[in-house]
Design a protein around this ligand. Sequence first.
Ligand code: DAH
Length: 372
Amino acid sequence: MSAPNSDYDPVEVTPLHPDEIARVVREALDAVAGAVTLAELKQVRLDHAGDRSPLALANREIGALPPQARKEAGQRVGQARGEVNRAIAERTAALEVAEKAARLAAETVDVTLPVDREPVGARHPITTIQETVADIFVAMGWEVAEGPEVEAEWLNFDALNLGPDHPARTMQDTFWIKSGESASQESGMVLRTHTSPVQARTMLTRTPPIYVVCPGRVYRTDEADATHMPVFHQVEGLAIDRGLSMAHLKGTLDHFARAIYGAGMTTRFRPSYFPFTEPSAEVDLLCYVCHNDPGAVAGCRTCGGEGWVEWGGCGVVNPRVLVACGVDPEEFSGFAFGMGLDRTITSRYDIADLRDLWDGDIRFTEPFGVGL
Ligand code: DAH
């Protein structure tokens, strides 16, 4: 093995030459100063301070030097590497501060700016009144019942004492559901003409006492015009218990009317006929505009000078209906009522055209409030 070359001059090893080292350092410092992001600086570190950087290569040359030359060369390279590493550390700190400041600036939220108001619409008055009605009865301990809009003919008519030949069947112009391909064949199914079949469904599936209300959509073959629609809304009520009478019915409807129209409201009954109730009555509301006030009633447009406006039908449940629905009329009796909700809204808010309820125009629903 040959001895180290004692005459070896480190200055002649190019990578260790002071000028070369100074050049490499300058290049590194320029690159560090030129890095404007931390990502760029990372690459600069690899190029100028990494394992394959000129200074690392120079460092490796030191081992090949004669011992007496190593110290000086080592110091030179060490200082150079220290200088480059310090510059990188300083630049890193500066860029970290700058990048954080930039991120914070970008994420700044001006809480004083006005909010971007998207119109959110409003609840439809039909929805609102259905929920109001349900709430009024639920507060008295009643339950909300539901039934399908495509209903069995038997439940819509027969169970309610409207037999096949009953003249009252023609009172309600029915949409029949076709069966299969044949247009003429009826399926025994109808679009329910009233919410009363929910009465039958409820009695058939529950045992008394029963107290239910049922708001829902109903259908009749009416042409759509300002005062008629082939689809409209009703709310049905049914109470079955021991000892219920017409008096309980009157008290319930008076409470219902006051809950909607205020404390001064009252109802009146006029004798009427429905196959499913006996006795039956039409129920009127005291006119909520003129209050049947002698000074105002004559010219009142809402009630047409009557002092009362029609609200719905009601009565004591016909024992035949109880029997058809499996309730013992010797033990139980009950009352029922049904009223239209669409007219309640149009007359209450002076809406001239029933079709406005169906147009889906949010300019119509918005004044009813309760933005979502
Ligand atoms: N179902 C009737 C109709 O649509 C309204 C009605 C009348 C319902 C009397 C009732 C009632 O529950 O007892 O015209």
